[in-house]
Design a protein around this ligand. Structure first.
Ligand SMILES: [Fe+2]
Length: 358
């Protein structure tokens, strides 16, 4: 990693395209995917819930890069490579991620502290995703926010989330099984995002809605939109159950490392009745171990290049599209191209994309 000092602000620090583990070498022609290697730069990561950042510093990790977070005397959030009391002593060790200053670009929005990962000169507030169901100032009750962790890379965790059909068996006890009259999955994408929409007609009612949501029907229509920002793994999800409730949620899979992702989730259930409103965000503690039981044993297999090719289905359009878009973005960054394409607009209004207006 390049370093520079403040006293000698000479060569502009440059970021190498890939400092993570080398891509495993596979057999020529093998259709394969190794989600351990995506180290995508020039993006904002929601590294922490706002409420967790106080005067006393905390530490977060993005791709093995340390982020110390705290609030200064005015309450403004700071993000740095070093603890505040060690800043002057260690500043000469500051990396290109902070342009040698030790301080990352940082913005507080939607109840998160967003820190920049990449070339600090490229940090732009317009690159923060639009999250239409969370107030800009993040003013939601504490019960909407939870933290879960996955023993897998962020890309593998996201890929599991894309495959919403997995919920029908893995989470059948809480969200409902696969019984339905019709089940339609669509996918659309840009160079920076993939959006998967699943529409299910007359699905078995989600047990959690019957138990504590007051929904008496046996079946319900279900529409779930998942909008994924590829560089940051920020997943903006809008499930709508009718009869039932909307459960809009943010699941940002922050890449701690090849084996670990951290997800500071926000479930805005404030419009739903009690006790569903309070219990639904806690369902993460039921669902996370179920998801982790799948991705945890999967994860290490991607580190061994001698193993068989990955056997994903060619009928899994959203999953395949996610892999392809991630590969294209990674290939661009390996060539040194970190720019956002004209189709990208990470902050574009996604209300109608999420089906909020319908
Ligand atoms: Fe799941």
């Amino acid at each position: 990693m390049n370093t520079t000092t403040l006293d000698a602000p000479a060569p502009a620090p440059t970021l190498l395209a890939a400092t993570g583990p080398a891509a495993p070498q596979r057999k020529p022609g093998a259709l394969d995917w190794a989600p351990v290697n995506y180290d995508l730069r020039d993006t904002w990561f929601p590294v922490s819930h706002s409420r967790d950042v106080v005067a006393q510093p905390i530490r977060r990790i993005i791709h093995a890069q340390a982020y110390f977070l705290w609030r200064d005397g005015s309450g403004v959030a700071c993000a740095a490579e070093f603890r505040p009391d060690q800043m002057s002593a260690k500043r000469h060790l500051a990396s290109a991620f902070t342009g040698g200053s030790g301080l990352y670009p940082v913005i507080e929005r939607y109840g998160y502290i967003w820190a920049w990962y990449g070339n600090p000169e490229h940090a732009d507030v317009l690159l923060i995703p639009h999250i239409p169901f969370v107030p800009l100032d993040g003013s939601l009750p504490g019960y909407t926010q939870r933290t879960v962790r996955f023993d897998a890379s962020s890309a593998l965790s996201v890929e599991n989330l894309i495959d919403l059909t997995h919920a029908d068996f893995l989470h059948a006890g809480t969200i409902g099984d696969g019984t339905a009259d019709a089940d339609v999955v669509e996918v659309e994408w840009t160079s920076e995002t993939v959006t998967r929409t699943r529409m299910v007609t007359n699905k078995s009612v989600a047990p959690i809605m019957r138990w504590i949501g007051g929904v008496r029907a046996k079946f319900q229509d279900f529409r779930a939109v998942l909008h994924i920002h590829l560089r940051s793994n920020v997943c903006i999800s809008y499930p709508r159950f009718r009869p039932g409730y909307d459960v809009p949620n943010v699941q940002p899979f922050v890449p701690v490392g090849s084996y670990r992702s951290r997800c500071d989730v926000t479930f805005n259930t404030t419009a739903a009745p009690a006790p569903f409103r309070y219990v639904m965000p806690r369902i993460n503690y039921v669902i996370q171990p179920q998801d982790n039981s799948v991705v945890r044993p999967q994860s290490p297999r991607y580190f061994d290049p001698t193993e068989r090719a990955d056997l994903h289905s060619r009928f899994d359009k959203p999953g395949n599209r996610y892999r392809l878009q991630m590969e294209q973005l990674a290939a661009r960054q390996r060539r040194g191209d970190f720019a956002y394409g004209s189709d990208a607009e990470p902050n574009r209004d996604i209300r109608s994309l999420l089906g909020m207006d319908s």
